[in-house]
Design a protein around this ligand. Structure first.
Ligand SMILES: [Zn+2]
Length: 141
């Protein structure tokens, strides 16, 4: 009788240890997830290129293709609201794992949680359209 009672207690104890173990794992995983995503923010993204329609600058203009920071627009250039993301910041955008984006430009319509992604052609910019994207700040400029 006392043996089976001890067995029961042992079993209950083992179940507690097992459940504590799983709760611990769960907490660990959720904290990793939280810390990895702590800088993730949702932005409304559009796209632009250096063309006349997007930037109001003719290819003959000496500032054609030049961003607000004076750097030439190239893949990875994004326009931001500098009150939200400082110019010079480096960003990751979910869906583009191989690119570190650079906040180098601004735009009249880019206010608040908006981001404008530069593309080399107007056709590609149109194809991107408007989407919600997850942005993670890598370096604050
Ligand atoms: Zn364009």
């Amino acid at each position: 009788m006392s043996n089976s009672k001890n067995g029961m207690v042992g079993l209950l104890y083992a179940r507690k240890v097992v459940s504590a173990f799983f709760v611990g794992i769960l907490l660990l995983l959720s904290s990793i997830f939280f810390f990895n995503n702590v800088n993730a923010e949702v932005f409304k993204a559009t796209a632009y290129c250096s063309c006349n329609k997007c930037c109001d600058k003719d290819p003959s203009d000496k500032w054609y293709g030049i961003t607000a920071t004076g750097k030439r627009a190239r893949w990875g250039t994004v326009a931001v609201d500098k009150k939200v993301i400082k110019l010079g910041s480096k960003l990751r955008i979910k869906g583009f794992p191989n690119t570190i984006f650079r906040a180098e430009d601004v735009g009249g319509a880019i206010k608040g949680n908006r981001i404008d992604v530069w593309f080399p052609s107007h056709r590609e910019a149109l194809k991107f359209g408007v989407k919600r994207i997850v942005v993670q700040r890598v370096i604050n400029g």
